[in-house]
Design a protein around this ligand. Structure first.
Ligand code: FES
Ligand SMILES: [Fe+2]
Length: 396
C-alpha cells in the first residue's frame, strides 16, 4: 500500500453520530461526527485491551470504548478512564492514532499517513463533480451503489480506467466485439499545483450491434460511435463518462482498498437525461441506472478476480504494455513515484498481529510530537525502505 494519500473510503451521508467502521488495507478505522458535524477518524483499536471503538458510542465530541468506557477526544487522546479514581491523571500513552479526514464530492477522504498538513498532497479535483449534494443534483440525477470484489484494489482501478476491454467484457452493455480497435488518443494529465492527480482520455467506442426487434427497426441506420471518457484520479477513484445520444452519463467510483485481496467500489452515477419526475416514476429510470451500472461490475468480476499475479507488479516489464494501456502505465508510474519517496508499506497484515501486538499506519501526531515517540502503545508500520534498513542493521 502507498501511505500519505487521501483515500476516498465511504459515502459522506453514511457517517453520523453513530460510530462507523471502515477497513483500509486491513486496518480498521472508526469514523463519526462530533457535535459540530465535523468528521473524525481514529484507528479502531482501543489501546487498553484492543476492543473495537466502532462498537462503542459517541459521547459529546468523544468516542467511548464499549469495553471499559475509556473516552478518546477528536484528536485521539484519551480523556477519561472510568475505572481510575476521580482526579487521577490519564497516562500520556493513552491515545489512538487520529487520521485527518474531509468530506468532498459526497465521499469521506481519509489521509492515511503521517505527513504534516503543508506537505500532504492535495485532493484530486474531479471534473464536473460538484462538491455539495444539491449542486451535484442540479441538472443531474444522482444514483449511488456499491460492489464488492475479491480482488486487489489496484487491479480494480486499472480495470475501471481501461477502454480496450469493453468490446470483450461488456459486449452486451457498451462494447462491440466486432469493432475492438482503440483509436489513438491523447492522455490528459490532471494536475493540482505541481501535483499530478490523474490521467484521463476519450475514445469513440462502437456500440453493440442491435439485437432482436432493434435489428429490424434499426436496419440501415448506423448508430454513431459513442465518445467515452475513461481514467483515474489518484489514489483510488476511477472515471467513466459515456456521451449517449440522449445525454451524458458519468460514473465516479471510489475503489476502497479493504485489504490485500478485497476491495469495494463505491460508485456515484450522474445522468443528464431522464431527470424528470415522470421518467423516474414511469420509466423507473433510477432503478434502471442502478441495474445497468451494477451489470458492468458483474461483467468485470470473473476477469478481474482471476488476474494473476493478484497484485499489480512493480516492474512495468512484468506485463506487456501496448498503446491503449497508456492510462495504466500512467497509474503505475505515479505509484512508482510514491514508492521512490519511501511511501510503500509492504506489510500486508495491517491491524492484526500475533503476540507482538497490532500495528497501525502512523498518523500525523507521531511526527508532530517527537517527545511522544515512546508514547504510542501500538507500533507503527514501517515503510519498505525503513524496514529493509532496520533488518540489515539487525542482521549485522
Ligand atoms: S478495551 Fe477499551 S476501554 Fe478497555
Ligand atoms: Fe469493465
Amino acid at each position: 500500500m502507498i501511505k500519505n494519500q487521501w483515500y476516498a473510503v465511504e459515502f459522506g451521508h453514511v457517517i453520523g453520530s453513530t460510530p462507523h467502521q471502515v477497513r483500509l488495507f486491513g486496518q480498521d478505522l472508526v469514523l463519526y461526527r462530533d457535535t459540530k458535524g465535523e468528521m473524525v477518524c481514529h484507528s479502531d483499536i482501543c489501546i487498553h485491551r484492543g476492543a473495537s471503538l466502532a462498537g462503542g458510542k459517541v459521547v459529546g465530541d468523544c468516542i467511548q470504548c464499549p469495553y471499559h468506557g475509556w473516552q478518546y477526544d477528536t484528536d485521539g487522546v484519551c480523556v477519561k478512564i472510568p475505572a481510575n479514581k476521580a482526579g487521577s491523571p490519564v497516562p500520556k500513552k493513552a491515545r489512538v492514532d487520529n487520521y485527518p479526514c474531509v468530506e468532498k464530492y459526497g465521499y469521506v477522504f481519509v489521509f492515511f499517513g503521517d505527513l504534516p498538513e503543508n506537505e500532504r498532497p492535495p485532493l484530486a479535483e474531479l471534473p464536473g463533480m460538484a462538491d455539495d449534494r444539491e449542486a451535484r443534483a442540479e441538472g443531474n440525477r444522482v444514483v449511488q451503489g456499491e460492489f464488492a470484489w475479491n480482488a486487489n484494489y489496484e487491479r480494480v482501478i486499472e480495470n475501471g480506467a481501461d477502454a480496450a476491454h469493453a468490446p470483450f467484457v461488456h459486449s452486451t452493455s457498451f462494447g462491440n466485439p466486432n469493432k475492438p480497435e482503440i483509436e489513438d488518443f491523447d492522455l490528459v494529465e490532471h494536475r493540482v499545483g505541481d501535483h499530478l492527480m490523474g490521467a484521463t482520455y476519450v475514445v469513440h467506442l462502437e456500440p453493440p450491434d442491435p439485437k432482436g426487434i432493434w435489428k429490424v427497426l434499426r436496419r440501415g441506420k448506423e448508430r454513431p460511435p459513442v465518445a467515452t471518457g475513461n481514467g483515474v484520479f489518484f489514489p483510488n477513484i476511477t472515471f467513466l463518462q459515456v456521451n449517449l445520444p440522449i445525454g451524458v452519463m458519468t460514473i465516479f467510483t471510489a475503489v476502497v482498498p479493504v485489504d490485500e485481496n478485497h476491495s469495494i467500489s463505491k460508485w456515484t452515477m450522474m445522468r443528464t437525461f431522464f431527470t424528470q419526475p415522470w421518467a423516474i416514476t414511469l420509466l423507473r429510470a433510477d432503478k434502471d441506472s442502478y441495474k445497468r451500472t451494477m451489470k458492468i461490475f458483474y461483467e468485470d468480476r470473473a476477469t478481474v478476480e482471476g488476474q494473476r499475479p493478484e497484485l499489480v507488479p512493480f516492474d512495468l516489464s512484468a506485463e506487456l504494455q501496448v498503446k491503449s494501456d497508456a492510462v495504466q502505465v500512467a497509474y503505475r508510474r505515479w505509484r512508482q513515484g510514491n514508492i521512490d519517496r519511501g511511501w510503500l508499506i509492504d506489510e500486508h497484515v495491517v491491524g492484526t498481529g500475533r503476540y507482538e501486538g497490532a500495528k497501525v499506519v502512523p498518523s500525523p501526531a507521531r511526527r508532530a510530537n517527537p517527545e511522544l515517540a515512546n508514547a504510542w502503545v501500538l507500533k507503527e508500520l514501517e515503510a519498505k525502505e525503513a524496514l529493509r534498513e532496520r533488518r540489515e542493521v539487525e542482521r549485522a
